[in-house]
Design a protein around this ligand. Structure first.
Ligand SMILES: CC(C)(COP(=O)(O)OP(=O)(O)OC[C@H]1O[C@@H](n2cnc3c(N)ncnc32)[C@H](O)[C@@H]1OP(=O)(O)O)[C@@H](O)C(=O)NCCC(=O)NCCS
Length: 247
């Protein structure tokens, strides 16, 4: 049995994000990652993201571990993790756009599965049709190109976010998942009807769900049969109040 939750954090207040208030929340490894960004706005986003991941993990375990106590790590492929001896089997997955941070958290006490999250902003004028033509496998491409433009964009976003989320959850390279036919994944709604693909990538072990959030589509991928995640909405103001509660 696994437990999933999804936090959607509006990054609208990011311009006012002061790193001083969150001093000491992140560890040396995260600090080094933040400092590696050249532009101040990128450093601000990277810092807020790492603080937010810790706060989300703490909220998920109902405060049994404080945001400062987590031990951060990142595997060679890039997946971040937060660990603590009082918590077994916690996994998280992050996705950020300019205006939204999505953090999925998952606990599998048997440590057999992970979660993957992807958020994409709807951009009708972006080069999405070129992406469909260039990157999607034949049947998915034909399926999408046969639709009226509005539905085509919607279905492209469902497929794209599902693939990103699936790559993050499964640990497969994104290019491998991109080229796999996921055509049957939940285009009827929210239930996975997945099938093994021609490249031997078995997607039957996963369930993907989506939700719309303003102008974003967010996909959450968890182990097959997992329950829909509990969804929480936070603002930057809320985040600041978590890390620097009023005296
Ligand atoms: C690389 C990739 C993660 C970028 O995704 P994106 O849509 O551009 O950006 P998102 O905001 O959605 O995701 C970025 C976050 O994903 C997480 N991430 C990065 N690599 C990851 C991986 N291999 N597995 C799981 N999560 C990963 C990180 O938390 C990252 O944010 P952070 O750097 O601030 O911690 C995406 O291509 C992907 O899903 N890859 C899957 C694994 C993969 O193909 N890796 C390539 C190297 S082998």
């Amino acid at each position: 049995m696994t437990t999933e939750a999804l936090w959607l954090i509006s990054m609208d207040g990011l311009g006012a994000w002061g790193r001083e208030g969150a001093r000491g929340v992140i560890g040396p490894r995260e600090k080094a990652e933040v400092e590696a960004f050249v532009r101040p706005e990128d450093r601000r986003l990277a810092h807020a993201t790492r603080v937010a991941a810790r706060c989300v993990a703490s909220a998920f375990v109902e405060g049994r571990v404080s945001p400062r106590e987590w031990v951060f790590d990142r595997c060679a492929e890039g997946r971040p993790s937060l660990r603590h001896r009082r918590v077994t089997g916690l996994e998280l997955s992050l996705s950020h756009t300019d205006t939204l941070l999505a953090v999925g958290v998952h606990i599998d006490r048997r440590r057999r599965s992970r979660i993957g999250v992807d958020a994409e902003c709807v951009d009708q004028d972006g080069p999405w049709l070129a992406t469909v033509r260039r990157f999607l496998p034949d049947r998915e491409r034909e399926f999408i190109l046969a639709m009226p433009k509005g539905s085509a964009l919607h279905h492209f976003q469902l497929l794209w976010t599902a693939k990103e989320a699936l790559a993050k959850a499964s640990g497969k390279a994104f290019v491998e998942v991109l080229g796999a036919e996921l055509f049957a994944i939940g285009l009827d709604g929210y239930r996975s009807r997945s099938m093994p693909t021609s490249r031997g990538f078995d997607v039957q072990n996963w369930t993907v769900r989506w939700l719309s959030h303003g102008d974003h589509v967010v996909a959450v991928c968890g182990p097959r049969g997992c329950r829909p995640p509990r969804v929480h909405g936070w603002t930057m103001g809320w985040l600041v109040s978590v890390i620097s509660p009023p005296a």
